[in-house]
Design a protein around this ligand. Structure first.
Ligand code: C2O
Length: 552
């Protein structure tokens, strides 16, 4: 076990994209932020110092944080934010995980620019269960706004309307040559012919599922959310915000000095603002041996473009999701809980609330957009829930433990919008005894149009047992659940107009956020939290808080 130490200084930095310079929040003046590299079993220490006017907190997305909930990062859930001029040392050990994850700010919309890769290598001398790559390349998808993203969300929250869409998607921080004034702002990776590359794909975009493809190349999916999967080939991937996917890219032995576009654009299911913009990077085959051919090098290098699915290609999306299976072998078993202690049915979706008096709202029919789970729109508390829970304070004041196990208004979507548009607000949580096995069926309500919701759970991986369109059928669907090799991950899309069923073992004491990883839905309240109680044994208890834990 090694200790990896990182210093993160959150600072303002000028970045030019699409011919405009903008001052953004960065870590160490890098955009995207620095890579965290560790091995399975390592301890990671990241000292985050806040040099900006905003409150900051950083989340290590997908890290299980076994008993180290104080290091998880969502503001007002596991910690108060780091205030201007203050520091906080995130301290966690990587247990039983290896693969690609990422880190991002977890307060307001600051993750728009505060994000970076988190790469966990297997333990020393442990190979990957797939061909050893010649090189590894992180590919981060993001979004770029010319405007200040804090202003974008604040305006949306004030008017009750949807926020402005971003000006471009990005690959490793660059919009790419398909956007105006961006041909120089294109991420390029130089490759050699006849090699295997491991691409570590990370969707750090705020509000969009993305299709991704590389012209003339097939990709082999080998891992999702830092868990190995049964390898399969595909020309196109679907990746939601919060998801990570490792793919192998085999470069062709031919194609000397050619360029291939790698491109990503949204998979759109909702009625949100139509966005068909495409971000692109370049896969550039290096010239084989410049000395071997002295011929005319002025010849333009051919550029090949990939074909991406239609923006609303739900059939592709469903098929792609179904192909993801865990390895489920002796070395990497799928430990799916067989017996379920507690079953939940959560509706997730958008709604609209009455416009508060003395306000004018620009949401649907003069209402105000909101988003909810089981008709509860989550209100972020003013102090951190984990602290309140640990010290036994403020139950009933700061938060209540009555988050419903089933929707308050029975849900049955038959084509006409159900009668449960309006939601109540509250800071409601579910309390689980240690080691409870939990099954949650997440059902999209489709009230304001069917929309996919990438649901992310902190503190756990879960198994994805099944998914489907229309209403979940509690009689017919469970017998079809895949208990043999379901994919294990931390973020799963609730299909638009459909449902997904997940299972996890609540073996990690603490307070764990669960939310839609579309930042706009998160802002509108599509979130809740689980409190997992301590077990009886000392090694089943949450560790005490560090002395530098930020205070509110
Ligand atoms: Cu990547 Cu709670 O988030």
């Amino acid at each position: 076990q090694r200790t990896r130490y990182y210093d993160f200084h959150v600072r303002l930095h000028n970045v030019t994209r699409q011919c405009k310079t903008k001052t953004i929040l960065t870590v160490n003046s890098q955009f995207p932020g620095p890579k965290i590299l560790a091995r399975e079993g390592d301890r990671v220490l990241v000292n985050v110092t806040n040099h900006v006017a905003n409150n900051i907190s950083i989340h290590w997305h997908g890290i299980r944080q076994l008993r180290s909930g104080w290091a998880d990062g969502p503001a007002y859930i596991t910690q108060c934010p780091i205030q201007t001029g203050k520091s906080y040392l995130y301290n966690f050990t990587i247990t039983g995980q290896r693969g690609t994850l990422f880190w991002h700010a977890h307060i307001s919309w600051l993750r728009a620019t505060l994000y970076g890769p988190l790469v966990i290598l297997p333990k020393k001398n442990v190979p990957y269960p797939f061909p050893q790559p010649y090189k590894e390349v992180p590919i981060l998808f993001g979004e770029w706004w010319k405007a200040d993203t804090e202003a974008v969300i604040n305006q949306a929250l004030q008017t009750g309307a949807g926020p402005n869409i971003s000006d471009s998607f990005t690959i490793n921080g660059f919009p790419g040559l398909l956007y105006n004034c961006s041909s120089r702002d294109t991420y390029t990776v130089k490759v050699k012919p006849g090699k295997t590359y491991l691409l570590r794909l990370i969707n750090a975009a705020l509000n969009n599922d993305l299709f991704f493809s590389i012209a003339n190349h097939s990709l082999t999916v080998v891992e999702a959310d830092a868990v190995y999967v049964k390898p399969f080939n595909t020309t196109t991937l679907l990746i939601t915000p919060g998801q990570t996917t490792n793919v192998l890219l085999h470069t062709e032995p031919i194609y000397p000095n050619a360029k291939f576009l790698m491109a990503a654009r949204p998979y759109l299911t909702g009625q949100g603002t139509f966005d068909n913009t495409t971000t692109a990077g370049i896969l550039h085959y290096k010239k084989p041996n410049s000395s071997s051919s002295s011929s005319n090098t002025k010849r333009p290098i051919p550029l090949y473009k990939p074909k991406l699915p239609a923006l609303n290609d739900t059939a592709f999306a469903a098929n792609f999701r179904n192909r993801l299976r865990s390895l489920a072998n002796a070395e990497f078993p799928a430990n799916v809980p067989r017996k379920v202690d507690k079953k939940f049915f959560f509706t997730v979706g958008l709604g609209a609330n009455p416009c508060p008096k003395n306000q004018t709202c620009q949401g649907p029919n003069g209402t105000k957009f909101s988003a909810s789970m089981n008709n509860i729109s989550f209100i972020v508390p003013t102090r951190a829930l984990l602290q309140a829970h640990y010290f036994g304070q403020s139950k009933g004041v700061l938060y209540t433990t009555d988050f419903p196990s089933f929707p308050l208004v029975p849900f049955n979507y038959t084509g006409t919008p159900p009668n449960n548009t309006f939601v109540t607000n509250g800071t409601k949580v579910v309390v689980l005894p240690f080691n409870t096995t939990v099954e949650v069926v997440l059902q999209d309500t489709s009230i304001l149009g069917a929309e996919s919701h990438p649901l992310h759970l902190h503190g756990f991986n879960f198994f994805v047992l099944g998914q489907g369109f229309g209403n979940f059928d509690p009689m017919k669907d469970p017998p079809k659940f895949n208990l043999a090799d379901p994919v294990e991950r931390n973020t799963v899309p609730v299909p638009s107009g459909g449902w997904v069923a997940i299972r996890f073992l609540a073996d990690n004491p603490g307070v764990w956020f669960m939310h839609c990883h579309f930042e706009v839905h998160l802002s509108w309240g599509l979130k809740m939290a689980w409190i997992v109680l301590d077990g009886d044994l000392p090694n089943q208890k949450l560790l005490p808080p560090p002395s530098d834990l930020p205070q509110c």
